[in-house]
Design a protein around this ligand. Structure first.
Ligand SMILES: Cc1cc2nc3c(=O)[nH]c(=O)nc-3n(C[C@H](O)[C@H](O)[C@H](O)COP(=O)(O)OP(=O)(O)OC[C@H]3O[C@@H](n4cnc5c(N)ncnc54)[C@H](O)[C@@H]3O)c2cc1C
Ligand code: SF4
Ligand code: SF4
Length: 1017
């Protein structure tokens, strides 16, 4: 267990005694919750994962007694430091994330539930959804959304979250639990000033616990003139700004004595109460029928078009600027279709098409779309290009584009980074064009560039200045810019906060923006939370200056991208640590290699999303808890690099646990906008732990499996018998840790390499005009499915290749890498790199039988060894199916296939996605090859990872989780239409055949059969 100071220990023990949930006060937990998706950092004293409302009550009571602040937290994707602080973080995303009840038109949920998950379930059950979508769509939690009450991208369609709230259950700072119903608002007593205490008590008993609050709020608001002129959005007549507490419409009824406390608490950023349950209205899922992407020559033209768009009933109107467009083009080729060349800005507009229950007439929608295009493109000639989106199958691309546009700036490399400083301002729609012009002038004066995008349909703009984090004057530039930007926003009657929290970053500006209402805000805070326990420093600012909380590593991130000099140990914060030599040796700290991916993580939280357009991270998707995410691993390493955590921390079980929630699928490396190689970071943590404690028996076994199998194959008969015998399987379970229930493949009598020794392929081929292929086969193809390897060779030969099997090849080392056996992985990497490098120089095409081995050689080796041949090998080794597809593209693949009349459910292995386009809905080479076989019906099953991941699913401790991760895939594979499964990874194949009583074949087998190279499938 991590070391705790006496105070930490006491705090942890105290809270543990009070709650059924979990609590941690150690440095690791504090480090993981010290940041959100923004640029600030504050370390909490404890992290609590409440299981139910009573835990929250106990925790708040305990904290209030001792004056310790409480910081409620959902997914931690806010960018303003809204959930950060030095008190106790209450993380709802782990246990309190259930749907409690689904009714015909409402749903009761816990606050840690991710909105995306809620809507996936509602859509499946009832074709309904929770409408408002403020926040990072596929990661934000309901608690995070309600506590901000921001307008989302679909504000034009759904308005604010509080309009969709039926009741809210909250825990107050004094520990009271209130359920605040919207249909029975608590009443205050108008003019009750001189009432005796007895009468007040009697009223409280009759009127409920909320009476004193309702009465207090009523008094405060009665004395405060609420500015009706807050309606800054004259085109729509509504007010999408949320800075400070929301005072409008809190007093209800003809006499204004009913007090809508739920409305007041919604949007209060966790400073008035902690939300523990919400009953939300649901709406029929939207019908989607018409959208358009306009291309503009300038940002001003794009923003000037917005008032013209609004009369056509858009449900969404989004601006994407050139910077993001450039990033999007690079990110995904499919987006080229939506981005006109030379566009300075794109405006995406989707029109109201009714709901799935009550769709609008197609002709009416089409007419509106025609008129909209006529107005913007033809009559006003504001845009130079437009693309209509009207077919159902076009909307996923439209959605992906919008989604990735949010993340695009996180792809920026090098020292300049986009800073989420004023990423949430809004001005009246009709002044947008003028405002953008003034803003550009201001930026020009300061010689600063910025990305300017946003939900412009409601006047929202996300302005992110692009600054050099390593510049010495960064802080003063940030301060100056904030002041001047805000002044400009206010000059244009705008708001600095329209949907995000003001958090630690902007709360000090709340008194300026809301000068008239601020005294009332303060009184309300004192009424609800007199001791300032709930999320202090937010909305009502405290004395702390946010510049003091800037993330330490910001400048480091920049330096790592540019500065070669950090190669020297010590430059990134390593001091002599007094650790045993063995540990230092094993860690092999090349600071640059570790610091580079660590600091590349900007905390954006994209690896915490549950959407369908990504697969990462299989662990987090199965258990959406903070510690499971790739971000947690990067945060752990960042803590070590910055000296918040001692190097020794990596030798603790808690660190190992975090690292073990990674089976090196490489998806985050390809799907994370910043392309952070979290797999490498996890491998290093595992190696550090192994250096200090050694490997477990199971890990020893898996790491050395390739060597052991050489001996085992000498006694393959008894071994195979043991694998089917219950008693011996029980023994294996108890000793090696391979679960008894796991189906295991049969060991080959003689390994493929052993057999090859006697065949002609042993000898290096004579010089020949034919293309030469050197086949890298790895452990499975060598010791288990040798028939598959044989067929692979025959396919290559059938296509005119001369195949050479390099006998000196060794296992790829992926199994060793994955369990933290770094030395061995490195040895294998060096050996194979030297061997394959030589073959490449002799003009061999080096082909790896499996995508996992190919990815290990081309990607993992780069982080393991610094070899002169590293780059050569990394650029030239290809996976088998990829190689065949390349032949096909060069028209060199024979297509003399006989038909196969079957329907296959194809599963794309994670490492195959990582090897290729990195997109879950992009086809993989194996899938495309199968598509060449006549009459074979190939249906891609995109339900994420299968959960096996090499040795991960073979280890008893992971068995259940491994099967749970693959559940979606298994369900689809079991459906009647699918005759058999197909996948190009042998470990996925094992898992699929284990879970589903249908054969799963490698594409090599199907191809070989179609070529007539094997009589049976
Ligand atoms: C790439 C990206 C894009 C984004 N786009 C948008 C956008 O378009 N619009 C937008 O509005 N935001 C956006 N955000 C910000 C962020 O996603 C939203 O603020 C989101 O709703 C926060 O949800 P969360 O679960 O992460 O909350 P957290 O960040 O964990 O917390 C946010 C606030 O909610 C409070 N809170 C959380 N749970 C509770 C609870 N149970 N009771 C009381 N208070 C609670 C916290 O104390 C904090 O003040 C974006 C962020 C990123 C990284
Ligand atoms: S790992 Fe990538 S996706 Fe996850 S928080 Fe870091 S940068 Fe974002
Ligand atoms: S490599 Fe895969 S398992 Fe590991 S953190 Fe990334 S997505 Fe998760």
């Amino acid at each position: 267990m991590p070391h705790l100071s006496p105070q930490q220990s006491r705090l942890q023990d105290d809270i543990r005694g009070l709650i059924q949930g979990e609590v941690r006060c150690d440095e690791i937990a504090r480090q993981l919750f010290a940041t959100d998706a923004g640029i600030l950092e504050r370390r909490p004293c404890a992290v609590v994962w409440p299981r139910h409302t009573n835990d929250v009550v106990a925790c708040v009571g305990y904290a209030a007694e001792r004056g310790i602040p409480i910081h409620p937290r959902g997914a931690g994707t806010e960018t303003s430091g809204a959930s950060l602080g030095e008190g106790i973080v209450l993380d709802f995303s782990r246990f309190m994330r259930r749907i409690l009840r689904v009714d015909a038109e409402s749903v009761r949920v816990q606050p840690g539930l991710i909105r995306f998950r809620l809507n996936t379930i509602l859509n499946r059950l009832q074709q309904r959804c929770f409408g408002p979508d403020p926040g990072f769509m596929s990661a934000a939690t309901i608690g995070g959304i309600l506590s901000r009450n921001g307008a989302g991208a679909h504000w034009l369609q759904y308005g604010f979250p509080d309009e969709h709230l039926l009741d809210l259950t909250v825990v107050l700072a004094n520990g009271d639990v209130l359920t605040l119903r919207r249909d029975a608002l608590p009443k205050a007593i108008a003019g009750s000033g001189g009432e005796s205490q007895g009468i007040a008590l009697a009223r409280q008993i009759v009127l409920g616990k909320e009476f004193p609050l309702a009465d207090g709020v009523h008094q405060i608001l009665s004395e405060t003139p609420i500015q009706p002129g807050a309606s800054i959005f004259s085109v729509t007549g509504a007010v999408p700004h949320r800075c400070g507490y929301r005072l409008q419409d809190v007093l209800q009824g003809s006499e204004k004595t009913s007090v809508d406390l739920a409305r007041l608490i919604t949007g209060s950023e966790g400073t008035l109460a902690v939300i523990v349950e919400a009953n939300l209205k649901t709406v029929s899922a939207p019908n989607r029928a018409a959208a358009v992407a306009f291309g503009f020559n300038s940002l001003e033209q794009a923003t000037r078009s917005v008032p013209l768009v609004l009369p056509f009933k858009p449900v969404l109107c989004e601006l994407v600027d050139r910077r993001r467009l450039n990033m999007l083009r690079d990110w995904d080729k499919r987006f080229h279709a939506l981005i006109p060349l030379d566009a300075e800005a794109v405006l995406l507009v989707e029109l109201d098409a009714g709901t799935v229950g009550q769709p609008l007439e197609p002709s009416e929608i089409r007419d509106r779309l025609d008129q909209l295009i006529e107005t913007v493109a033809v009559r006003e000639k504001l845009c130079f290009d437009c693309l209509r989106i009207e077919r159902t199958e076009e909307f996923p691309l439209f959605d992906d584009f919008l989604h990735n546009a949010e993340l695009a700036l996180y792809r920026m490399r090098r020292s300049f980074q986009a800073i989420p400083l004023l990423n949430d301002l809004a001005v009246p729609v009709e002044t947008l064009g003028g405002f953008v012009g003034d803003l550009l002038n201001l930026l020009h004066e300061h010689e600063i560039t910025a990305s300017i995008s946003g939900h412009v349909g409601q006047g929202h703009l996300c302005v992110q200045p692009i600054l050099d984090f390593s510049s010495p004057g960064l802080v003063s530039t940030l301060q100056r810019l904030t002041e001047e930007f805000c002044a400009l926003v206010w000059e244009h009657r705008g708001t600095i906060s329209s949907e995000h929290s003001t958090g630690l970053l902007l709360s000090r500006l709340v008194p300026k923006q809301c000068a008239n209402h601020f005294p009332a805000f303060r009184k309300i805070k004192e009424l609800f939370d007199p001791d300032n326990v709930l999320n202090p420093g937010k909305v009502i600012p405290d004395d702390g200056n946010w510049t003091g909380f800037l993330r330490q590593g910001l400048s480091q991130r920049s330096r790592n991208e540019t500065d070669e000099s950090v190669d020297q140990p010590g430059e990134v914060g390593f001091e002599e640590t007094g650790l045993p030599d063995q540990l230092k040796l094993q860690l092999k700290w090349n600071p640059r290699q570790i610091a580079e991916p660590t600091y590349r993580c900007n905390g954006c939280g994209a690896c915490k999303q549950l959407g369908r357009s990504v697969r990462m991270c299989p662990f987090f998707r199965r258990r959406p808890e903070g510690v499971m995410s790739p971000r947690a691993k990067a945060n752990l390493l960042r803590g070590v690099l910055e000296g918040n955590l001692e190097l020794e921390t990596l030798t603790l079980a808690n660190s190992k646990e975090i690292a073990d929630y990674c089976f090196h699928c490489l998806l985050c490396r390809t799907e994370c906008p910043a392309e952070v190689d979290v797999s490498q970071l996890a491998a290093r943590c595992k190696a550090a732990y192994a250096a200090a404690h050694g490997l477990s028996t199971a890990d020893q076994f898996f790491s050395r499996l390739d060597s052991l199998l050489r001996w085992f194959s000498l006694i393959s008969y008894p071994i195979n018998w043991m694998l089917t015998n219950r008693l011996s399987r029980w023994l294996i379970d108890k000793t090696v840790g391979i679960p008894q229930g796991r189906k295991l493949p049969t060991l080959s009598k003689i390994s493929f390499l052993g057999r090859t020794q006697w065949s002609k392929r042993f000898a290096p081929p004579k010089p020949t005009a034919e293309p030469k292929v050197a086949l890298f086969i790895d452990t499975f193809g060598n010791h288990f499915d040798t028939k598959l390897t044989e067929l692979a060779v025959r396919i290559l030969e059938h296509n005119g290749m001369t195949v050479h099997i390099p006998l000196r090849q060794r296992a790829s080392g992926l199994m060793s890498y994955a369990v933290g056996h770094a030395d061995r992985a490195e040895r294998l990497a060096r050996h194979n790199t030297m061997l394959l490098g030589d073959l490449i120089r002799q003009e061999y095409d080096v082909v790896a039988l499996e995508p996992a081995s190919a990815a290990c050689i081309t990607k993992d080796y780069r982080s393991l060894i610094d070899d002169p041949d590293g780059e050569l090998v990394s650029l030239n080794v290809v996976d088998f199916c990829d190689y065949l597809l390349r032949l096909h593209e060069k028209r060199r693949l024979r297509l003399d296939f006989q038909p196969i009349r079957k329907t296959v459910g194809f599963h794309a292995p994670c490492r195959s996605i990582a090897n290729g386009s990195g997109r879950v809905d992009g086809t993989t080479p194996a899938q495309e090859l199968l598509g060449l076989i006549p009459e074979l019906d190939v249906r891609r099953i995109e339900e994420g990872c299968c959960g096996m991941a090499g040795s991960f699913g073979l280890d008893k401790k992971n068995y259940r989780l491994s099967l749970q991760i693959g559940l979606g895939l298994f369900r689809k594979l079991r459906t009647k239409e699918i005759d058999l499964g197909a996948t190009d990874c042998s470990s996925c194949r094992m898992q699929m055949e284990h879970a589903v009583a249908k054969p799963t074949l490698h594409p090599i087998r199907l191809l070989a059969f179609a070529y007539g190279l094997t009589p049976e499938l």
